[in-house]
Design a protein around this ligand. Structure first.
Ligand SMILES: [Zn+2]
Ligand SMILES: [Zn+2]
Length: 314
C-alpha cells in the first residue's frame, strides 16, 4: 500500500536517509565506517532492509553479478526451510531519471513472502547499496517500494551526518564515529567518538513528567551526570533552548587529574585538557528529556558545540 506524504516519516543515520511509512520501526542498526545495515519492521513482519559497503576505488562493478549473488543466498535460506523461491532481475521498477541519474538495477522475488529490491553503486561516495521492501504474498508492494527507493539519499551534501531516529534528530561532524548505541523502551543513548579525546553523547528519556516528579532539572541532571562528575567540575546555568527552559552545562577537568595529566601532556606535547559542554532540557511537546553533551579539548569544542545545538526535539 503506497503511503501518503502525511503518513511517512524520515529516517536518517550516518550519511543515508529515506522516507518510509510511519508505522515502520527500526529493529536493527549496524553502523561502521565502511559498511552498514538497517532493518525495519511493522507490527507484523519485516518490511525493509538496506545494506551498504564501501567499494575499493577503481573496481569495476557488475551489478547483475551482485544481485545474482544476493538472491542466491536468499534462495538458499528459503529452500533450507523447504520454501520455493523464484526471482527476476532487471525488473525496471525504477528508472535512472528517478534516482538522480544513478545506475540502478531492480529485482523481485517470490517465496512465502515477496520482495522488491534495488541495487546500485554511487560514483560519488563509492557505496554499493542494496535495498529491499518486503510484503505478504499477493500484497501490491511495487508502488510502495518505488516510493521508498526514490527517497533514498546515500551520501550527505556536506561534512555533517544527520541522525533522525528513535526520537533523536541532530547532526554530527562526519568524522565522528558511532561507538555505542543503547536503545531501550523509554531510553536511547548514542555515543560518538573521534580519537580518544573527543566524545559526543546524545540521550533522550520518555515520560519526562514521571522522571521529574519530585525533582528538578538540576536534580535529575546530577543523577544522570554521575559518571562525568567524577572527572569534571560541572556548572549548571539556566537558559533557553528551542523554546524550552534548559540547563547549560559547562565543565572543567577536576584538579588532581588536571595536575597529573597536565604534566603528562606537557611532556608528551598533547593538546590541552578536555572540557565539557552541553545542554539538558525537557521537551513538553513530546514529554521527553534530552541531553546533548560534548567532551573535547578547547580547539575542537566549537565544532562539537554546533552539534549540541543542532538537536530538534519537536
Ligand atoms: Zn553516494
Ligand atoms: Zn521540544
Amino acid at each position: 500500500m503506497p503511503f501518503a506524504q502525511s503518513e511517512r516519516k524520515r529516517i536518517a543515520w550516518q550519511d543515508i536517509s529515506l522516507f518510509v511509512p510511519s508505522e515502520w520501526h527500526i529493529v536493527k542498526l549496524q553502523v561502521a565506517r565502511s559498511e552498514g545495515y538497517i532493518r525495519l519492521d511493522d507490527d507484523d513482519m519485516m518490511r525493509f532492509e538496506l545494506k551498504w559497503a564501501a567499494t575499493p576505488p577503481g573496481q569495476v562493478l557488475n551489478l547483475k553479478e551482485h544481485a545474482q549473488a544476493f538472491l542466491s543466498r536468499m534462495a538458499k535460506e528459503f529452500k533450507k526451510g523447504g520454501k520455493e523461491f523464484t526471482h527476476s532481475i532487471d525488473t525496471k521498477l525504477v528508472g535512472r531519471h528517478q534516482v538522480s541519474g544513478r545506475d540502478v538495477l531492480t529485482f523481485s522475488w517470490v517465496s512465502e513472502c515477496i520482495g522488491e529490491g534495488m541495487l546500485w553503486w554511487c560514483g560519488r561516495c563509492g557505496k554499493l547499496v542494496i535495498a529491499q521492501v518486503i510484503g505478504s504474498k499477493g500484497e501490491p508492494i511495487k508502488e510502495l517500494a518505488k516510493r521508498v527507493f526514490v527517497s533514498i539519499s546515500d551520501h550527505s551534501k556536506d561534512d555533517w551526518h544527520e541522525w533522525e531516529l528513535f526520537g533523536l534528530n541532530f547532526k554530527t561532524p562526519a568524522s565522528m564515529i558511532l561507538r555505542e548505541q543503547r536503545v531501550e523502551s523509554g531510553f536511547v543513548r548514542f555515543r560518538f567518538k573521534r580519537g580518544d579525546e573527543e566524545t559526543l553523547e546524545v540521550a533522550r528519556w520518555s515520560a519526562a513528567n514521571l522522571i521529574l516528579k519530585g525533582t528538578t532539572l538540576e536534580g535529575w541532571a546530577a543523577q544522570v551526570l554521575k559518571e562525568h562528575l567524577r572527572k569534571f567540575d560541572i556548572t549548571y546555568r539556566r537558559g533557553k533552548f528551542n523554546g524550552h527552559d534548559c540547563i547549560e552545562l559547562g565543565g572543567k577537568a577536576k584538579s588532581p587529574l588536571k595536575t597529573l595529566q597536565l604534566l603528562i601532556r606537557q611532556i608528551t606535547k598533547r593538546s590541552p585538557m578536555p572540557k565539557l559542554n552541553g545542554l539538558m532540557w525537557e521537551c513538553d511537546k513530546t514529554n521527553r528529556l534530552i541531553m546533548m553533551l560534548a567532551i573535547a579539548p578547547p580547539q575542537a569544542m566549537e565544532e562539537l558545540s554546533a552539534s549540541v545545538v543542532s538537536f530538534r526535539c519537536h
